[in-house]
Design a protein around this ligand. Structure first.
Ligand code: ADP
Ligand code: MG
Length: 480
């Protein structure tokens, strides 16, 4: 696949995420890959049959629409199951594969309009929020379910303060800027602010992911009502933007900057979350960065073991309300809290698995079961690390040259192309820098490597034979 296709695909995914929200996206689309783009068909793959049929029946049109927004020519989506993954997946019930009911609920919860079960209670605040252009809200992410501990006390207090303010109150921290690593509760707090503020006040609070901000703005521009969109944004009391690190592109940043200034100058509250502090948002320009840093910047650290225990314990209780018969003894909760990393998502993943298992088999949650089911969350399997030597060896074999030819200064065509392919693979499959790759290819300059990478990228767009060769090489390197 060409890097151009990859780039399009990540934009399509961005759109999809902005439409369905983080939670739905990571439940269903996180492991969807682009296999290829041909004339009018986008070929996508997922790891399980269950995912395939679920996506087809619930999201087929959406996926297609997101593609068409990027690439007019795409008329259909072809979804396949990646075979290698099936075998390992089929052995034990996985969250994706099985608990349709519990997954259903998640989807219904976070995407109420589309999948609400007949018996489900209406979610008025969220519906109104989405109708006014906000990103989907997950009803579980409230202050009630947020557990406070050492790592998040200050941030929680600031968030509470922001949520409980009234129209006309003096704005204390503006913007409130929260940063923390993945899964440490940023989205949870931001959505809690939105729920609480919209439920109890006279203020209008809009929660937008940075992606939603970008795509909302782009489609408003396309529909020629960018002014209306800006006005709508400026007509709200509190603007909450999640995952600011994903805001890209000069125009978007300029728009964001205007919006930010307009809101703050008008005394409206702005709340931002990102995975890094303002000073590390390299792509933002200096003015925006300093404006962001000018309010209150708070960080949330890793969840401590106690906090993890409390979070899990609460989750078990919440799950019990819907699934009678499900229980996890404290000893098991404590084992999971101790062994599953620092990240809230993995905790939730661990619990979802136990829940799925309990629903499917009715097995009691013993320590033994827990150990078996969450093992891979304790020691997450890293994707295979590709080494530069392996690349050189596999490329040399494929093109029938020797490894020392690749490293030599020979410039005959039969050596030059394989060498460029190998450098390209080294750049795309490893984390090595250009100078480092240059050193490993017989002490070449980094500009030579860059030239090779660009050359191959360019050729891949037109030369299908080369594209096939590169695909084969990649596959071999992953399998070896
Ligand atoms: P982030 O947005 O920082 O990546 P999330 O807010 O999505 O992280 O949190 C990931 C998961 O961990 C969510 O299920 C969230 O509810 C849970 N979580 C994180 N911190 C807490 C906390 N302090 N109390 C309760 N749940 C938490
Ligand atoms: Mg988040």
């Amino acid at each position: 696949m060409t890097s151009l296709e990859q780039e399009r695909w990540s934009r399509v995914k961005g759109r999809l995420k902005a439409e369905v929200g983080d939670d739905v996206f990571s439940s269903w689309f996180a492991r969807m890959d682009l296999e290829g783009l041909e004339k009018d068909t986008a070929r996508l793959s997922v790891p399980t049959r269950f995912l395939k049929s679920w996506i087809q029946s619930h999201y087929g049109d959406r996926v297609l629409r997101c593609w068409q927004a990027e690439e007019r020519n795409v008329q259909k989506i072809e979804l396949t199951v990646r075979t290698a993954a099936i075998k390992t997946q089929a052995a034990k019930p996985r969250v994706d594969d099985q608990p349709e009911a519990s997954r259903d609920q998640r989807v219904e919860k976070s995407n109420g309009a589309e999948h609400r079960a007949p018996s489900a209670a209406p979610i008025p605040v969220s519906t109104a929020h989405e109708a006014s252009g906000g990103s989907p809200l997950d009803p579980r992410l409230t202050f009630d379910t947020f557990v406070v501990g050492r790592s998040n006390t200050l941030t929680h207090a600031a968030a509470k303060q922001v949520a409980s303010a009234r129209r006309g109150d003096l704005v204390m921290f503006n913007p409130l800027y929260i940063h923390a690593g993945v899964g440490l509760g940023k989205t949870h707090l931001l959505q809690a602010i939105t729920w609480a503020g919209n439920a109890n006040g006279d203020r209008k609070i809009l929660y937008l992911t940075a992606e939603k901000f970008m795509y909302g703005f782009v489609s408003a521009l396309k529909n020629q009502n960018a002014i209306a969109f800006k006005e709508a944004l400026r007509g709200i009391d509190v603007l909450v933007i999640d995952d600011l690190q994903f805001l890209t592109g000069k125009n978007m940043q300029a728009e964001f900057c205007h919006t930010l200034n307009a809101l703050i100058d008008a005394g409206r509250q702005v709340v931002i979350a990102a995975d890094r502090p303002p000073s590390d948002l390299e792509t933002l320009d200096d003015r925006v960065r300093s404006r962001l840093a000018g309010g209150l910047v708070v960080e949330m650290g890793p969840l401590g073991e106690e906090l993890r225990f409390e979070i899990l314990k609460n989750r078990v209780l919440a799950a019990r309300a819907h699934h009678t018969g499900f229980d996890v003894p404290d000893s098991v909760v404590s084992y999971i809290a101790k062994s599953v990393t620092h990240n809230g998502r993995d905790l939730e993943g661990a619990l979802n698995r136990l829940l799925a298992l309990s629903k499917l088999t009715g097995q009691p949650m013993t320590m033994e079961v827990a150990e078996r089911e969450v093992r891979d969350l304790i020691r997450p399997q890293e994707p295979k690390r590709v080494k530069i030597e392996d690349i050189q060896r596999v490329v040399a074999r494929q093109y029938n040259v020797s490894r020392s030819d690749l490293l030599s200064s020979r410039r005959t065509a039969n050596v030059v192309r394989p060498r460029q392919v190998a450098m390209y693979l080294a750049k795309t499959l490893t984390l090595r820098s250009l100078p480092e790759i240059g050193r490993r290819f017989g002490g070449r300059d980094h500009t030579t490597v860059l030239h090779a990478v660009r050359k191959i990228e360019h050729l891949l767009g037109n030369d299908t034979t080369l594209a096939d060769e590169v695909d084969t090489l990649k596959r071999q390197l992953q399998l070896e």
